[in-house]
Design a protein around this ligand. Structure first.
Ligand code: G3H
Length: 246
């Protein structure tokens, strides 16, 4: 299975960063056995796609409705119109900052698929849940609640992001990553049959050029969702290189 390395720029980046995006696009082209993409602030997607048509871009959220009176929101169709191929949904920062529920994420995922976007759907446990031994229970509940029953498995990838690992420099032990990814794989195959085997399960949370090779070698890790280390070519390209060699 080809690895997918996605950069999530979160609320970072203006038009001044288009040159950096160009460096990422040019560098990533050397690793043609890896799928790579950047999920940018919505304000950058169109300009980036205009300049770097060969690279894949995506958004970081969309509304569940196709249009209407939802001030400040963006629809899935607007993302595709701007040049997006994918969208991140259910990121823990949106679940906490915007109070998004599993039901919200599920509705957004259906809307995104209907608009032709590939969905990267995020799940992850808090540190307190991990300490209480609830990681697997929490993840499986999020999957049950957030992933639409009728979604075509080829239109979705899952990103496992332990919340306590995001932006902290802390990463789970390799055995923990393997265990959670295996549980997610079991859930997907039980639910979607053979198609569930082809869903990529990305790891996210303080992945960088130093730890990427070890994480990407874990069974059932199909790539990475990268925050801080995706903001520059200098830090992002080593992760794509590690995926290429994994
Ligand atoms: O979406 C990306 C994740 O939240 C990971 O962020 P990070 O690589 O800065 O820890």
């Amino acid at each position: 299975m080809r690895k997918l390395i996605v950069g999530n720029w979160k609320m970072n980046g203006t038009l001044a960063q288009l040159d950096e995006i160009g460096q990422i696009q040019a560098g990533a082209a050397a690793y043609d056995n890896v799928d790579s993409a950047l999920c940018l602030p919505a304000t950058l997607i169109h300009a980036a796609k205009q300049r770097f048509a060969d690279f894949q871009f995506g958004g970081q959220d969309c509304h569940h409705a196709p249009k209407g009176a939802h001030t400040g929101c963006i629809s899935a169709e607007m993302l595709t119109d701007a040049g997006s191929a994918m969208v991140i949904l259910g990121h823990s920062e949106r679940r906490s900052d915007q109070g998004e529920s599993d039901a919200d994420v599920r509705a957004k995922a259906s809307a995104a698929c209907a608009a032709g976007l590939h969905v990267i759907l995020c799940v992850g446990e808090t540190e307190a849940q991990r300490d209480a031994g609830q990681t697997e229970t929490v993840i499986l509940a999020q999957l049950m609640g957030s992933v639409p029953d009728d979604i075509a498995a080829e239109h979705i990838d899952i990103a496992y992001e332990p919340i306590w690992a995001i932006g902290t420099g802390r990463v789970p032990a390799i055995e923990e990553i393997a265990s959670v990814h295996a549980a997610i794989r079991t859930h997907l195959t039980e639910r979607f049959g053979q198609a569930g085997r082809a869903v990529r399960i990305l790891y996210g949370g303080s992945m960088n050029g130093d730890n990427a090779a070890a994480i990407l070698a874990v069974p059932n890790v199909g790539g990475g969702l990268i925050g801080g280390a995706s903001l520059t070519a200098e830090k992002f390209l080593p992760i794509i290189k590690a995926a290429s060699e994994s």
